[in-house]
Design a protein around this ligand. Structure first.
Ligand code: G3P
Length: 222
């Protein structure tokens, strides 16, 4: 399963990319606005992100009608070859998705909350579908059930759209996504480093190091 980082924070992106922990980036208007912090130009930040990570970079349109979405999406796609244009799962977004796909522009259809939405996005030629598991869990409606349904539907009809699990809140979401055969999980930085952690790993390493430290100094050098 590929792991994308769900942030527009360049410092976090560079750290994870240098560690070889990520395969791509997802942004959205909230994350990009936060990173721009009222001064930076969002397009410059996106260009920097595209240079920092050699993988798909999702950048979202903010228009709500098809013609304007297509105009914005073409501008975003001009920023770099690894830009994936993100559109909301509404009628105007699916129309724009078809147009972008006819122009060879990759599309991430976002804000997916139902299997029928995901079916329509795949039929519109979406490259990625982004179901929001955390926001479904927030309202007591199982996010992972949706992932299981979408993976099954896409297998039933050999859709090539990749299932990109979004709104990830915990390592358990990542494990469940991988067990269900999702193609990608996009993860906030905080959760990414939680994936690495286990108390027994820390305890085991401490024990190894303290046992080694018991050796006379002359014998410790490797
Ligand atoms: O890209 C979607 C993701 O950023 C939303 O996450 O945690 O706001 O539900 P969250």
């Amino acid at each position: 399963m590929k792991i994308f980082l769900d942030t527009a924070d360049l410092a976090e992106i560079r750290r994870a990319a240098e560690a070889g922990l990520i395969d791509g980036i997802t942004t959205n208007p909230s994350l990009l606005a936060k990173a721009a912090g009222g001064e930076g130009d969002p397009r410059d930040i996106l260009a920097e992100i595209c240079r920092a990570v050699d993988g798909p970079i999702s950048a979202e349109v903010v228009a709500t009608d098809t013609a304007e979405m297509v105009r914005e999406g073409r501008k975003l796609a001009e920023i770099a070859d690894n830009v994936v244009v993100k559109v909301p799962l509404v009628e105007a977004g699916l129309r724009a998705c078809r147009q972008f796909r006819s122009e060879g522009i990759k599309v991430n259809v976002t804000l997916c909350f139902s299997p029928t939405q995901a079916l329509l996005a795949a039929k519109a030629g979406a490259t990625y579908i982004s179901p929001f598991v955390g926001r479904l869990d927030d309202i007591g409606s199982g996010g992972m059930e949706l992932i299981a349904q979408i993976v099954q539907i896409y297998e039933n009809y050999d859709f090539t759209t990749e299932v990109l699990v979004a709104s990830v809140r915990s390592p358990q979401h990542v494990a469940d996504a991988a067990l269900l055969g999702a193609d990608v999980a996009t993860i906030p930085p905080k959760v990414l480093y939680q994936l690495l952690q286990h108390p027994l790993t820390d305890r085991g390493l401490d024990a190894f190091l303290s046992d080694w430290a018991k050796l006379p100094e002359s014998q410790r050098a490797i």
